[in-house]
Design a protein. Structure first.
Length: 224
């Protein structure tokens, strides 16, 4: 169980796909204008990553090393196609909003990187867990980013929820006459908010490292 805890901690925080590795920035900056858009794309990516890792780990003994990358991409593309067709059938309005960023999951560096670096070398259970945790790490970051941008830019929460739940409405948090902070819902706003999130993560890590260093010094200086 400690191995699975380490994978979760590594995926959600230490090597978070966005805050730690700065991968997948194109959809991160483009689609995170609302919480609903961000969360939906994150869940779709998580599903693809978990199933892709499962499939590659299951078949790794049968995949020739020389052609592994094309086969990995083929598996990911097939899964993305299934997700795309399912969203088009059951969540058509949301599918239209997310647009090209659903099929672009195929080219997302995060997905292929985990398949190549982890799933191709580890057991099925660990690989599936790693894919799911990496996807959830991505989902958490882009969801928070979408929440902040939507709140600052429009003064609402859950904008576009009617695309998922028929008849539901966004929650107007700020007054109706709130003019909106335009830059928050533009790509530069995404850069600013993401930069602040990365800075906050680095500050938390620095504080934790300093506390660990101080505890080590105290242990070393303690009388035997």
């Amino acid at each position: 169980m400690s191995v699975y805890r380490d994978i979760a901690k590594n995926s959600l925080w230490k090597q978070n796909p966005i805050l730690g590795q700065l991968l997948g920035l194109c959809p991160t900056l483009a689609i995170t204008t609302t919480f609903v858009n961000s969360f939906s794309l994150g869940l779709a990516t998580t599903l693809v990553m978990a199933v892709a890792n499962f499939a590659v780990s299951s078949l790794r003994s049968f995949i020739p090393f020389e052609v592994r990358i094309p086969i990995f991409i083929l598996i990911i593309a097939a899964l993305v196609t299934v997700v795309q067709l399912a969203m088009n059938a059951w969540l058509h309005d949301l599918y239209l909003v997310l647009g090209i960023f659903i099929p672009l999951i195929v080219t997302n560096c995060i997905v292929l990187a985990r398949v190549e670096a982890f799933a191709a070398k580890n057991s099925v259970a660990m690989s599936t867990w790693d894919g799911a945790m990496m996807g959830l790490g991505l989902t958490a970051v882009i969801s928070v980013l979408g929440f902040i941008r939507e709140f600052l830019g429009q003064g609402t929460v859950l904008g576009g929820i009617d695309l998922v739940v028929h008849g539901a409405k966004a929650i107007q948090v700020l007054p109706n006459d709130y003019p909106g902070f335009l830059i928050a819902i533009l790509p530069p706003g995404a850069f600013f908010v993401l930069g602040l999130m990365i800075a906050a993560r680095n500050w938390i890590d620095a504080r934790a490292n300093e506390r660990a260093r101080q505890r080590l010094v105290q242990v070393q200086q303690a009388p035997a």
